[in-house]
Design a binder for this molecule. Structure first.
Ligand SMILES: C[S@@+](CC[C@H](N)C(=O)[O-])C[C@H]1O[C@@H](n2cnc3c(N)ncnc32)[C@H](O)[C@@H]1O
Length: 193
């Protein structure tokens, strides 16, 4: 049996681990992004997290998903939510330098050209704006449950840096079952190579 499979199978977390931590992770994301007025959620799925942010933080959130058929109808509270069916590689409907925070939750690994998505996220962020990527890492419980092609923390860091973000930080949270990565759009001319 390959070593990788052994590692995944020996994980000491229950199968419903991600459901158990969902509430806490949402709250953590909302707290981290509470500074922002305008947020874009890339690969927003049902747009529930976008609506949660609008309720919790009274933010204006644009949720973008390439499959727009499953957007929820929950109210967005004091903020506003716009769910758009669009490819996160091409956010033509969002101006340059207009967004305070970009979020991608559990979605970067599904995107065909994640570097293009991150470059586009950087384009729409204002100078000093921040990106937050939360995703399942390779060899995590997610690998055992859904067996998709997940990124490693190192790969996420490389992508964020290649996309031009500065102050890139990445760590594993939730007993190693999630990647939490952050970056900033620095002033013009301060991009990383
Ligand atoms: C696992 S879901 C995560 C949904 C949501 N963010 C959450 O946390 O529950 C990943 C989503 O990414 C979307 N997606 C994949 N590629 C995309 C792209 N290029 N542009 C926009 N959305 C994309 C998929 O349609 C899917 O809804």
């Amino acid at each position: 049996m390959p070593a990788e499979k052994n590692q995944v199978e020996s994980l000491d977390v229950p199968e419903d681990f991600y459901e158990r931590i969902e509430h806490d992770i949402r709250a953590r994301i909302a707290a981290r992004l509470s500074f922002a007025h305008h947020v874009v959620d890339l690969g927003c799925g049902s747009c529930e997290l976008a609506r949660f942010l609008a309720r919790e933080n009274a933010q204006h959130v644009v949720g973008v998903d390439i499959y727009g058929s499953g957007f929820s109808e929950e109210p967005g509270g004091q903020g506003s939510v716009e769910c758009r069916e669009a490819d996160a590689r091409r956010l033509e409907f969002i101006y340059d330098d207009s967004v305070d925070a970009a979020l991608s939750a559990h979605a970067l690994h599904e995107m065909q050209e994640p570097l293009e998505v991150l470059r586009e996220a950087r384009r729409v962020l204002r100078s000093g704006g921040e990106i937050l990527v939360v995703d399942f890492p390779r060899d995590s419980l997610a690998q055992r449950l859904w067996n998709e092609s997940y990124l490693t923390p190192t790969e996420v860091v490389e992508l964020l840096r290649k996309a031009g973000f500065t102050d890139v930080e990445c760590r594993l949270i939730a007993q190693g079952q999630l990647i939490w990565a952050e970056g900033r759009k620095g002033p013009a001319g301060k991009e990383m190579a």
